[in-house]
Design a protein around this ligand. Sequence first.
Ligand SMILES: C[S@@+](CC[C@H](N)C(=O)[O-])C[C@H]1O[C@@H](n2cnc3c(N)ncnc32)[C@H](O)[C@@H]1O
Length: 268
Amino acid sequence: MNKKSIFDSNRIAWNQALEYHQKARKNSLQIGFENPDFTTLNRDCDDVLVNKLNGISFDGKTISQMPCNNGRELLSLMRFGAKEAIGFDISDVAILEAKQLAEIAKLNAKFVRTNILEIDEEYNDYFDFIYISEGSLQWFPDLNAYFSVVNRLLKQNGKILIFEIHPVAYFIENSFRSENQNLNYATSYFDKGPYGYKDGLDYVGGVQYEAKDCYWYMHKISDILTAILHNGLEVLEFDEYNLEMANDLETKMYDKFPLSYILIGKKK
Ligand SMILES: C[S@@+](CC[C@H](N)C(=O)[O-])C[C@H]1O[C@@H](n2cnc3c(N)ncnc32)[C@H](O)[C@@H]1O
């Protein structure tokens, strides 16, 4: 399958998934963002993130998230003092919701529907800070292509913060469940995929549905680091945690494994 068809399919699959997420959340985000102190960065796993964010100066800064889904994380990040935020995502439904939430929150945030790999050149050297959160990198077959866009969009000395699901957690979720602890059935950590989610992507409401085809990729930690380092970025901090990020109760039990990580990097 060519890359265009992969991204077209993923766009459709995410539009479908967003409708399930919206049903599960009802209007809790719309009500929440009416309150200027509202944040969604308050899950159990977010203490480590907030701790890192408190060490970064956001005053007068321009920030982005790519991909940003419905904007809830980027809008919450704006509470740290940034002057402007722009979020990018491939899903039409996600971007529509993000625009609505920005209006409710009365924040200087703009949302653009686009494939990250095709972000317009008007955003070259535009951002002081780019946030990349859980479930983002897996949608890009080629991490070099992804991080070359990150580099293109960042100003010199601009920072990235990645708070992502550890590839070991994808390995556990994908193939090493309590009912199936036979490593003969396990997917290799070294097998890039692509994989699918035939029961859907409703990690918010937990509903299983007949999902449109989508394609995601397993990137090893070494793939992620190599792509970052080969694209003009240096790594300032790298920490691994046993904190589960995707609301998967079974994976949460495997807390002797690394389940998430934070990487802070800077454009040279
Ligand atoms: C799990 S979310 C990650 C963002 C956030 N952590 C969240 O949970 O809402 C994955 C997002 O990636 C977006 N996405 C997938 N492929 C993309 C691409 N090629 N370009 C832009 N966005 C993409 C999807 O639309 C979806 O909103």
